[in-house]
Design a protein around this ligand. Structure first.
Ligand SMILES: *Cc1c(COP(=O)(O)O)cnc(C)c1O
Ligand SMILES: [Zn+2]
Length: 430
């Protein structure tokens, strides 16, 4: 299958200077993040509902509005994850038109980072990098390792030393070189900026960041298409660096511009953990700057204390009339349990953040019950099982006899009041 892409290049968010296409993380003049801009008008008549429907059932159906180098032939079926109606969760939190965008089952490594990595690595190959890598809070590490293995490129990945064991294993298994750094993500990221220059490596979220970030637009394209080419009223999105939430909006705006969906107001709601909430604090205070924080939360995939796209994300959220909230570690665990118990979806700590924040937004009347709301679940619960340690103690085994089963069941039923108390305490700590 041939993919053709609309002409694109890098542009500075602040001063508007253009840079063509090259590995570059920020504007050398004003240090602001760079954005990929397209010749959108040339996509008119090419990027249509019909042309998209004729494409493959993965993110490459939107290749025309992704920065894909000439001649690159992506063949990894990334994305196009389910958008499911969440009636049970809705009943629990007072929502009628609630949907879950389930990137907990994204291919190949069970998080939305698979989208950004496939776009970044396409460009890494074009720029001729023989080693790629990233600074990661976990999911990015998994995805870079897996996709580099398949492309046959070397990968060197740097992570904070205290990362969850499952995310470390999920990186090493692909044969990547993993370096644990004594420090938090912001220390790791600063080190990676130096490494990218010194070693001439393609670090997906450093010198390939503008291309990487565009991959997140596919979440927005898919939401609109899966709603029957409609925009929702609200989107609730977890925030780490603040990139995903902005790119979902960018996708919606591109669809409106090209006439694929009708224009309407969409509010964006950002979700963070209280233990690392620099963007949500900025939104609440109406500040146009980010006060960096030292992360301390079980939501490690969101633990970025000085988010690169934080100022732009905070500004965008308020500009559209949205809001941001942050929740405690106890609420995060309850959020994980609530989504699992109501919808049968096991998400990681970031999804616990998003679910708990969504419940609060309805409880506080920031979202009205009948509005169409999409909750972005971005990662898989099997990677952060340590967050649930102690919540589900192993039960004792019974002998394979009906009498033993009968007795055990009675014992369990007898324990119901106590069990319910525990559940009520855990599940409604909002
Ligand atoms: C990276 C990540 C995010 C946030 O992404 P940003 O674009 O950096 O805001 C959300 N959820 C999960 C599971 C992630 O790994
Ligand atoms: Zn600039």
């Amino acid at each position: 299958m041939e993919y053709s892409c609309t002409a694109y290049e890098l542009k500075c968010n602040e001063c508007g200077k253009r840079f063509g296409n090259r590995p570059l993380s920020g504007c050398p003049d004003c240090l602001a993040p760079l954005e990929v801009v397209y010749d959108l008008d040339s996509a008119r008549g090419e990027f249509t509902r019909e042309s998209i429907a004729a494409g493959p059932a993965n993110i490459w159906r939107y290749a025309r509005l992704l920065p894909i180098p000439e001649g690159f032939q992506p063949d990894l079926p990334v994305g196009f994850t389910p958008l499911v109606r969440a009636r049970n969760l809705g009943k629990r939190i007072g929502a009628v038109n609630l949907y879950v965008k389930n990137d907990a089952v994204c291919f190949p490594t069970l998080s939305f980072k698979d989208r950004v990595v496939s776009v970044a690595l396409a460009n890494a190959q074009k720029f001729g990098f023989t080693t790629v890598g990233c600074s990661s809070t976990g999911n990015l590490a998994n995805s870079v390792a897996a996709q580099a293995a398949r492309l046959g490129i070397k990968a060197c990945i740097l992570v904070p030393a205290d990362l969850e064991p499952a995310k470390i294993l999920n990186t090493l298994v692909y044969g990547a070189r993993l370096i644990r750094v004594d420090g938090n993500y912001d220390h790791v990221n600063r080190l990676c900026t130096l490494i990218a220059d010194e070693y001439n490596w393609g670090l997906v979220n450093v010198n390939l960041r503008p291309y990487y970030a565009e991959g997140s637009k596919t979440v927005g394209f898919e939401i609109a298409e899966q709603l029957g080419w409609r925009l929702p009223d609200n989107v609730v999105v977890p925030m780490a660096g603040g990139s995903l939430i902005r790119k979902i909006r960018k996708a919606f705006r591109e669809l409106v511009y090209l006439g694929l969906v009708e224009d309407k107001p969409v509010k964006f709601f950002g979700a963070q953990a209280t233990g690392c909430s620099p963007i949500s604090v900025a939104v609440k205070n109406g500040a146009d700057f980010i006060e960096p924080q030292r992360p301390n939360t079980i939501a490690r995939s969101l633990a970025i204390g000085n988010p690169a796209d934080g100022p732009a994300a905070a500004k965008m959220i308020r500009g559209d009339g949205g809001w941001a909230e942050d929740v405690s570690d106890v609420e995060i665990v309850s959020g994980i349990q609530e989504l699992a118990e109501t919808e049968g979806i096991f998400t990681e700590t970031a999804g616990g953040v998003t679910t708990a924040v969504t419940a609060r937004l309805y409880a506080h009347g920031r979202i009205r019950p009948d509005e169409t709301t999409v909750v972005c679940i971005t990662g898989n619960g099997l990677k952060t099982t340590d967050a649930l340690a102690g919540h589900y103690p192993a039960s004792r085994a019974i002998r394979p006899r009906l009498a033993d089963f009968d007795a055990y069941l009675k014992e369990l039923d007898g324990a119901v009041p106590e069990l319910e108390l525990a559940l009520a305490g855990g599940a409604h700590a909002l």
